[in-house]
Design a protein around this ligand. Structure first.
Ligand SMILES: CC(C)(COP(=O)(O)OP(=O)(O)OC[C@H]1O[C@@H](n2cnc3c(N)ncnc32)[C@H](O)[C@@H]1OP(=O)(O)O)[C@@H](O)C(=O)NCCC(=O)NCCS
Length: 299
């Protein structure tokens, strides 16, 4: 069995799952026929949008009356030959009412001794949502930490632009860069007690290229493989849809297999090869030029 998280695009979705938080605690629910607990959720009914299904399920299964719902991504569960998709939401509940009549008979905040109903699926989905919550837009106060992150990445990876100790930028210049990106695009960071990764997108400045966004991503090795890359791209795609960016571009060294694999998975296509685009340790390295077109969709 393989669980995965994806971009939210139009595809047949069967389920919604809502990681729901009330007063800083995650809520779990108990079905009347089970002894185990699970994250609220259920089937999308005919004629419902995923958002409507999530609103209905959250109310029916927890009694939540007032809440904010955010779509985090589409997840898939692959078993043998079948692959089912659902949409994963985060809910911040402000007001709870009595539990309505349904197959759910108990709602509790998560406890370490709980047995999960779908123990191979739901803890992973909850972790995706926690990781999603660790992602936020860059702020000016992040100047020193972003400076530290850039320097950390210069030391750690040869897949980015700067060589070790080559970067001469000051914290003041990083602060200026944050100001610029806030004007000309967007930058999201992984704030896991300290900044651990970023994705930034600059939009074209002239009218004829204002629909184009150029993306750079970087992540500390200690955070790799935890779906932060996927979640950062999902944020960028949402931003692009809301801000009418139609074409997204990036470049990647052809031997950066994890990078190429992530970008392909996120829907980027190779448009061409920039021959000998970089000189690393005395060797010329090719880069792929990759792009993805974004369609504005309605729910
Ligand atoms: C490349 C990078 C952004 C990936 O981010 P990540 O958070 O590790 O990626 P995710 O956990 O979201 O994984 C998503 C996909 O990326 C690919 N991927 C991630 N780690 C991989 C690895 N070690 N080997 C192969 N593919 C990998 C896979 O396709 C994966 O999908 P899967 O889990 O279904 O196999 C990150 O490793 C990184 O910042 N590396 C160093 C700097 C860098 O290369 N920057 C890009 C310069 S262009």
């Amino acid at each position: 069995m393989k669980i995965n998280i994806h971009e939210m695009i139009k595809r047949p979705l069967k389920y919604v799952v809502i990681a729901a938080m009330y007063k800083d605690e995650w809520l779990m629910v108990k079905h009347r026929d089970r002894t185990t607990y699970e994250i609220p959720g259920g089937h999308i009914e005919t004629g419902e949008t995923p958002l409507q299904a999530a609103e209905r399920e959250l109310y029916e299964e927890t009694g939540a009356l007032s809440f904010e719902l955010i779509a985090v991504g589409d997840y898939s569960v692959e078993r043998d030959d079948a692959c089912n998709y659902g949409r994963l939401f985060y809910a911040k509940i402000d007001e709870m009412g009595p539990l309505p009549e349904s197959e759910i008979i108990d709602v509790k905040t998560i406890q370490p001794e709980f047995k999960w109903t779908y123990e191979k699926i739901q803890p992973i989905l909850l972790q995706y949502v926690k990781n999603h919550l660790a992602i936020r837009e860059i702020e000016l106060r992040d100047d020193q930490e972003l400076y530290d992150l850039f320097h950390h990445l210069d030391q750690e990876t040869k897949f980015m632009m700067y060589e070790k100790n080559e970067r001469q930028t000051t914290v003041e210049q990083v602060r200026h860069r944050i100001e610029m990106i806030q004007k000309t695009g967007v930058m999201y960071v992984v704030d896991d007690n300290e900044l651990g990764g970023f994705i930034m997108m600059n939009r074209g400045s002239c009218n004829r290229i204002r629909h184009v966004g150029y993306i750079v991503i970087g992540m500390k090795m200690s955070l790799a493989g935890q779906k932060f890359g996927t979640l950062l791209f999902n944020r960028i795609f949402n931003y692009a849809k809301l801000n009418h960016l139609h074409r997204l571009e990036l470049t990647v060294m052809t031997h950066n297999l994890s990078g190429v694999s992530l970008y392909k998975k996120m829907g980027f296509q190779i448009e061409g090869i920039k021959k000998d685009a970089m000189l690393i340790d005395g060797e010329y390295i090719d880069e792929y030029h990759m792009s993805k077109l974004i369609e504005v969709e309605s729910e």
